[in-house]
Each structure stands twice: as C-alpha cells, then as structure tokens.
Ligand binder design. Structure first.
Ligand SMILES: *Cc1c(COP(=O)(O)O)cnc(C)c1O
Length: 669
C-alpha cells in the first residue's frame, strides 16, 4: 500500500522513512485519514489508550479487540465488556448504562487492607489499621451494602460528613468493632445521635471540626451521661497541592488551628473529659498527586499526635483522612490526573513515620485510620454510552479546478499541491490568506456561493495535509497547534456530561475514555465528544495522554447500522451524586454485576429516571401534562385542525414518552 505515493499526502510518510514512522507510531500519532501498510493490532490500541497504565489489573484488551474486565484483579475470571453490554441491552437496559462491578469494590478494599497489613508487618508496627469509607464519595445503597459486607473481615468502618450521611452510616454499619467517624458540621442533634449510637454497640467518634462543637459535645456528654470518644481535626500547615490544596492550612474551611486545639484540650480537661479525646484527624485534600505532600502531612500530624498524648489526652487513633490518589492517566507522575506513588508506598510512609515519631517520645502507637474514598470507589464503575452520529470536516482530495473557475480557487489549489515538509508553515499562511480573501470577495458579492464552497473545501484539504505533517514533527509552531482541534470530528454522544461526568465540566477532571470494541482496527478519526444537552459546555475535549492532555481522542469511523460504544472508566467516585438534571436528562440505568464460576450474575438493576420522574423534580405532574395535551387535541379536533388519527398518535406518543428513559433510543429500539 504505502509503496504507492497517494495524492492525498501519504507521500509525506514515505519521505520520513521507517524510523520516523516507527517513532510516530509509538506515540500513537499516525496520520489518521489514510491507510497504512502495517496492520493495526490490539497492542497499538493498548499503547494509544494507555489502558495498562490506568486499567491494571481490572481492564485490558482481548484478542477480539474488545475491552475485558477482570473484576477480581489477578485472582482470575474476566468478562468481555462489549458482550456484557449487548447482553444487558437484550434485557432492555438501554444506554447510557452504568455498570458497577462489585468484585472490583471488594478487590479495592482487600488491596488497601493488604497494603497496610504488609506495611505493619514490615515495620513491626505494634498497632493495627482500621479503615473507614467516606460515604460522600458514593452513597448508593447497593454500593454501601456491598462495602460494609466486604469490609467485615477487616472491621472496615464508615465516615459521615453530614447529618444525612450519619443517618445512613448508623443504619448500615453493623460490623462489630468497626469505627464510625463523625465529621462535618454538627449541631446538638447530630452529636446526641452519634453518642447514643454507642449504646447500640457502635463505635462512633465525634470529630471536632469547629470551635463551637467543643461545648456542644461537653454539654451533651453531661446530659446524656455518656462518655463519648472525641477526635479533633487539625488544620495542618502542610498544604495539599492542586485542585483540593485549600483543604488544609490556616484558612481551610474545616478543622481547628493549633491554638484552638489547645483551647479544646483545656475545656475537655475542665469538664473531666480529657480521656475522651482519643483521635487526631487531618485531611489535606483529595487526589494528592505527590507523595512528598503526604509525607510532610504525616510528619506534622504525628508530632501533634505525640504532643496531645503528652498533654494527657488518652490518644488511641490517628486518622489520616482521604487523598490517596487514582492514576487516571496512567502516567505515574505528580500530574494532577495521576500520582507518583502506589498504595503500598502510601501505607509504608504512614506506618513508618508514626512508628518513628511515637518511639522517639515513648508514646504508644495509634490505631491507624484512613478515609480513602476515591481509591476505593473509582474503579468499580464503568459508564457505557453510544455515539449517535458524527460531524466531520471533509477529508481526502478535492476535485481539481476546471477551466472557468475563479483564480482564487486555482491559487489555493496550487498551494494545496505544493505542501511539503519544508514549506508547510508557509503554506498554512497562504491557504488561510486565500480563504479569508475568498470570504471578503463573497461578502462583496464577487464570489458565488458555489465558488466559496470550493475554496473552503480545498482549504480543509490543505489543513488536512499540513496536520499530517505537523503530527510528525517534534515541535509544532504555536499557530499550528489548533489545527488538531479545527480538524477534529464531533462525535455526538448519548449522554449528559452534567449528569454523568460532572467533574469533566466543573473542574476539568480527566477520566480515561475509549471505545470498548473495534480495538483491533485502527482508529482513523480524531474527535471530541459533544453531549445531548444544548449547552456548549456539554462536551469532552480533554483526554488523558502520557504527556499533559490531548485535545482530541482517536476514534473509529462509525458504521451505519452498527453501534459504537465508548466507556468512561474510573468514574465511580463523586460523579453520580454531583450529577445534575441539566436539560432534564436524568439518572442513567445502572446494573450491579458479580462474577460467578460460570460467568456473571446481575445482582441489582437500578432503572434510570423516566421523563415523568424528571419533570416531577421540577414540580410538574405527568397526568396534568397529559390532560393539558388532551384538551388541546380536543380543541384542535373541534376546529378541524387535526384529524382524530393524528390526535390519537400525538397523545399516544406523549403519554408513552413520559414513561420512558430521558436519553435517546437510536435505531428505534
Ligand atoms: C472527601 C473526604 C475524604 C475522601 O477523600 P478521597 O480523596 O476521596 O479519599 C476523606 N475525608 C474527608 C474529611 C473528606 O472530606
């Protein structure tokens, strides 16, 4: 194939020779609109989408070119995700579809506990680890039920960050000896409820986050005659970095400053409750990318811990909060979408630092608590959605000009033909200038509409050729950097970013996104994703990359009549509850899948919102709406503006729609 220089620019590849091509290939940057000589393999897809980086050990690509899920990690058993989605569709579970793999959740809990167990053994730490799961990360009932069940062997507990979360945590946690960490703003009722839960056999720890809470706790303890377990949340001077960096430091929203902690100690001592103070907590933010930040925080906190013990508090627990990161881009760097450490490093640093700090001052080591949310809940859910259609700039070689076409078309054509690796930047200037000139002439009435169309068509062809060259360069001039975006296809996806991946929009978070099938085929297009909402922010145009961020994603051309499924991975933390009803796109369908010796079983199906449900959130009553349409039909019938048949069809569609999913049903399913 490649031996014959093709008029559309393949010739440039040849000029570059084999080694340059190999290099380009390794970067996953092959010019995408033309055929290549080498067969595309699943290894190419692995490298391109970086699936080993972020997916191991749960996600990989099989020989059939589809994403496979190994929910138990290295412990065996896997599913072809494409087949699973089709099987679920056959059960009338429409896309977009959120698939939760409970085995992954279990594996995450096992891993976290195993890492701490290993660190504790390695450093001969004379204490234990008792993790808790922060409910705010994903509050869904089925998930929390699983979590409590899987956590039982490790006495894994829960953390509540608000009153409603406390209500859930109190009712759900039935593991003997597991901790129930009570964070967030508290009023008298919150504190009383938490303390009374001691009588039910729970181990609630009330963490003081505000100065006012000290007196509330003291008064409640006196009135109830219950000796609470109390903690303090310290505002460390160690600052997290990045997005959640402001969770610590003196001006942080939560926690007590050092003078305030001393004041709390004094108050508790006066109330004869100093022995209730048993826990020190800090939280320096989520997704901590750099291990040195964690080390600094532990170092500072362990010193505070030791001092509190020396002040007479009956210190027993150190709660290091959340922050354990997820490697969304698989780069293992301190980039915000990654982390430069693994779970074992994290556990080691915590355990080692505390052992040393306590040994130095001859204080008993604490039971270690972490509140890892993201690291526990992210991997277990995968959101699958389909592409409805695409919009592309025209690709390939345009028709050459014919006699009688205006000079500007000829000039542009000449530019197009002359483009090579030496002059491409200059050619870009020329082409852009010709195009702008053509628009001026059109506006002056000198150029016809069809002629303008010709100019624009050849201009795109120039851009396509130039883009193919820039992709092979180490350095791309600034002015050409946007070409990739300009030439990108738009893939219209059956999804609302605001509902299903709100952090993409709100805080520019990156999630791995890739097709779940056709991975043995070269993705010859580059595109951005545009969602169903009529909001121009409802798009995804930032994608994970080894270096920094990509503005386009490599995708396949969609085939008429065949579905094209994409997945958003590692999206199990925070997205569901933060999602909003923009344009009234509701919750997606969700299923819980568990691996069985023979395959898998569907544990739960949580149907997404119907239109009746979403309209009711904004106070409409579906029956009233139907009635109003019925009356209008009646009126129109009387005035003979509609036939009886038409009115029946309208009413039928209207009523039926209200009972249906808010997303589109392509191919009239
Ligand atoms: C949000 C939060 C967590 C969870 O943090 P992750 O980074 O998701 O592990 C833990 N503790 C507190 C106090 C939090 O506010």
């Amino acid at each position: 194939m490649a031996a014959q220089p093709m008029a559309d620019g393949t010739v440039f590849q040849e000029k570059l020779g084999k080694s340059a091509l190999a290099e380009v290939k390794s970067k996953g940057l092959l010019p995408v609109t033309r055929e290549v000589s080498r067969q595309w393999t699943i290894e190419d897809s692995e490298a391109l989408y970086r699936i080993q980086g972020w997916g191991e050990p749960y996600f990989s690509i099989n020989a059939a070119g589809r994403v496979t899920v190994s929910p138990k990690g290295e412990r065996g058993g896997s599913l072809d995700l494409f087949e699973l989605v089709n099987a679920l569709k056959d059960r009338n579970l429409k896309l977009p579809l959120l698939i939760r793999f409970s085995d992954i959740l279990e594996d995450r809990i096992e891993r976290l506990n195993a890492c701490f167990a290993k660190a504790i053994a390695r450093y001969n730490y004379p204490g234990v680890y008792r993790g808790v799961y922060p409910v705010k990360c994903n509050q869904q009932k089925h998930l929390l039920e699983d979590l409590v069940r899987f956590g039982k062997p490790h006495q894994f507990g829960l953390e509540a960050g608000s009153k409603p979360e406390l209500m859930i945590a109190l009712a759900m946690l039935d593991t003997l000896g597991a901790l129930l960490i009570c964070n967030g703003y508290k009023d008298r009722e919150y504190i009383e409820t938490a303390m009374l839960a001691q009588r039910l056999g729970q181990t609630p720890i009330v963490v003081l986050e505000q100065v006012e809470e000290v007196d509330l706790v003291i008064n409640a303890a006196k009135q109830l005659g219950i000796k609470p377990i109390v903690g303090v949340r310290a505002k460390l001077s160690t600052q997290g970095m990045g997005r959640w960096g402001s969770s610590s430091g003196d001006r942080a929203k939560f926690g007590l400053t050092i003078p305030e902690i001393i004041q709390a100690v004094d108050k508790l001592r006066s109330a004869n409750l100093l022995d209730s103070l048993q826990l020190l907590h800090f939280h320096i933010g989520s997704q901590i990318s750099a291990i040195h930040v964690i080390k600094d925080a532990i170092q500072e906190a362990s010193k505070i811990y030791v001092e509190l013990a020396k002040l007479g508090a009956d210190m027993k627990y150190l709660d290091v909060g959340g922050g354990l990161g997820v490697d969304y881009d698989g780069s293992q760097t301190n980039f915000y979408a990654s982390k430069n450490y693994n779970m074992q490093n994290y556990a080691n640093d915590i355990v080692a630092e505390l052992k040393d700090a306590c040994a130095e001052q001859q204080v008993q080591v604490p039971t270690l608590i972490s509140e890892s949310g993201r690291a526990i809940a992210s991997h277990q859910s995968v959101l699958i959605f389909d592409v409805l259609s695409t919009s592309d700039v025209p690709f390939g070689e345009p028709e050459p000009p014919k006699d009688g076409e205006p000079p500007i078309v000829w000039n542009l054509w000449e530019t197009y033909q002359s483009i090579n690796t030496e002059n491409y930047q200059e050619a870009y200037h020329d082409a852009t200038q010709f195009k702008e000139e053509a628009i001026s002439r059109f506006n002056l009435g000198i150029l016809r509409l069809t002629e303008r169309a010709r100019v624009e068509r050849i201009y795109w062809a120039c851009c396509e050729k130039i883009l193919a060259i820039t992709r092979l360069q180490d350095y791309v001039p600034d002015e050409l950097e946007d070409l990739e975006k300009i030439m990108a296809s738009i893939y219209y996806i059956n999804l609302s970013v605001f509902q299903s991946a709100p952090d993409c929009w709100a805080i520019d978070q990156l999630f791995p996104i890739m097709p779940i099938h056709r991975l043995d085929e070269e993705p010859t297009r580059r595109g951005i994703l545009a969602d169903l909402t009529c909001d121009s922010d409802g798009k995804i145009d930032r994608f994970i990359d080894l270096r920094d961020v990509k503005s386009v994603l490599e995708l396949h051309t969609i085939k008429p009549g065949e579905p094209y499924y994409l997945g958003i991975f590692l999206s199990g933390a925070y997205q569901e509850i933060m999602g909003s009803l923009h344009n009234l796109f509701g919750d997606t369908n969700a299923v819980h899948i568990q691996l069985t010796p023979k395959g898998y079983q569907i544990e739960h199906v949580v149907k997404g919102d119907t239109m009746s449900e979403v309209v009711s959130y904004v106070q409409y009553d579906a029956e009233d709406l139907v009635e109003s349409i019925r009356q209008r039909c009646e009126q129109a019938l009387q005035e003979k503006r509609i036939t009886l048949q038409e009115s029946q069809l309208l009413l039928q569609n209207y009523e039926r729609s209200l009972g249906r999913y808010t997303y589109l049903s392509p191919q009239s399913e």
